[in-house]
Write a protein that binds this ligand. Structure first.
Ligand code: ADP
Length: 178
């Protein structure tokens, strides 16, 4: 068995925010290799396709910390059970971020159920820096859609993707009305 500790960080990442990136950076300090799993999650009606979300996360990783850290991070998409994918990746820990109390109930239940599915894989919770604690992809999208400034919540790269997507959606709506 390899001594390398592999962590799996699953999420929708629609799109990746400064909160996610902060968690990724923290996770790289406790595992040797980190696999970021972009869940297909069609049910959530994502703004970006799975392929786009993966690409955007990869772009963020390309700007993360130092080269040594970047080499230890990989981004993959998946559509099977999170626990099964974590096992396929050889992960020994699943990384989740905890924001306010509001995340606790859901994360607590999921960690408990995942532990039943495979007691050998621990879920570890990390907290983002204070300034990123309140950021959620859902609100970023809502604010941006209504023309609000989200530049403090996402990187300039992600901001460009969001702006382009809403401009595109706006044009589609106009075309549909005609
Ligand atoms: P999901 O669809 O699984 O909720 P998300 O992409 O929203 O996926 O989030 C993935 C993980 O990152 C979750 O554990 C979530 O709690 C965490 N997370 C998201 N935003 C933040 C943040 N601002 N601070 C800390 N953790 C966060």
């Amino acid at each position: 068995m390899s001594m390398e500790r592999i962590g799996f960080y699953p999420g929708t990442f629609d799109p990746i925010t400064n909160g996610h990136t902060d968690i990724i950076l923290r996770a790289t300090k406790i595992v040797d290799r980190l696999v970021i799993g972009v869940a297909r999650n069609i049910g959530k009606g994502p703004l970006f396709s799975t392929e786009e979300r993966v690409e955007i996360v990869r772009e963020e990783i390309a700007h993360l910390a130092d080269a040594e850290t970047r080499r230890r991070v990989e981004v993959k998409s998946y559509e099977i059970l999170t626990m099964h994918f974590a096992m396929e990746q050889g992960a020994s820990v699943i990384v989740r971020g905890l924001r306010a109390v509001s995340d606790f109930e859901y994360e607590f239940q999921m960690a408990g159920m995942n532990n039943r599915l495979n007691p050998n894989i621990e879920t570890v919770f990390l907290m983002a820096n204070d300034k990123y604690q309140f950021i959620a992809s859902r609100f970023v999208k809502e604010i941006a859609q209504l023309g609000g400034d989200v530049s403090h919540f996402v990187s300039p790269r992600v901001l460009r993707h969001i702006t382009a997507r809403f401009a595109q959606n706006g044009k589609k709506k106009l075309a549909a009305k005609r």
